[in-house]
Design a protein around this ligand. Structure first.
Ligand SMILES: [Zn+2]
Length: 202
């Protein structure tokens, strides 16, 4: 299965999303001071579960997410999906999460991925270039967090992504050429995930 990019927004930060999170994720939210930060983190954690669950055919609550920081051991590192059948290599999913302003994005693949979104108004720098840089940093971080070396992803390819709102820039980094990128939006009109067949690259 190829790379999927899932988009959501702060408007999805509601009680339904909260029911998808585990105790560790809820504690992380409680520790955040800003309501906007809480909302983005809530949607990011919920969207990650929804996207992985749809790919694996499991319930979002059954997806085990490990955010153990490789530096200090606290649960604020880049997420890794460690279940529910993490011993089965075929079901390993590589994930990356980013949020900025109103937008939240999750990328999933069978190989390492990195995704980044930036609200242009938040940056003095060139937003598309910054998003490309951050996506590559996340790709390499995902590899090293699993005990690999950056050299394991030597052919990093960075692709601009179309964003669902104007005023944002986003990029996807993959090890090698990603092929077709399937873009999905959550929640869909009926409250469930909706798959678009379009190629989401910009
Ligand atoms: Zn740390």
């Amino acid at each position: 299965m190829g790379v999927e990019v899932w988009w959501s927004s702060l408007t999805a930060a509601d009680g339904d999303a909260l029911t998808l999170l585990d105790a560790t994720e809820r504690a992380r939210l409680d520790a955040l001071d800003s309501p906007a930060d809480r909302g983005r983190s809530l949607v990011g954690a919920a969207l990650l579960r929804v996207a992985v669950a749809a790919r694996l055919g499991v319930d979002p609550r059954d997806v085990a997410v490990d955010r153990t920081c490789v530096d200090c051991g606290r649960p604020h590192g880049a997420p890794r999906v460690v279940g529910p059948e993490h011993d089965d290599v075929r079901r390993t999913v590589w994930v990356s999460v980013s949020h900025s302003g109103l937008l939240v994005v999750v990328a999933l693949g069978d190989a390492p991925v990195g995704v980044d979104v930036q609200r242009e108004a938040d940056l003095r720098a060139d937003a598309p270039a910054w998003a490309r840089h951050e996506a590559e940093v996340k790709l390499h971080g995902a590899v090293t967090a699993r005990g690999g070396l950056i050299a394991d992803a030597p052919d990093a390819t960075t692709t601009p992504l179309a964003t669902p709102l104007a005023g944002y820039a986003a990029a996807l980094a993959t090890a090698g050429v990603p092929g077709a990128v399937v873009v999905r939006h959550w929640p869909g009109p009926d409250g469930g995930p909706v798959g678009d067949a379009d190629d989401g690259t910009a």
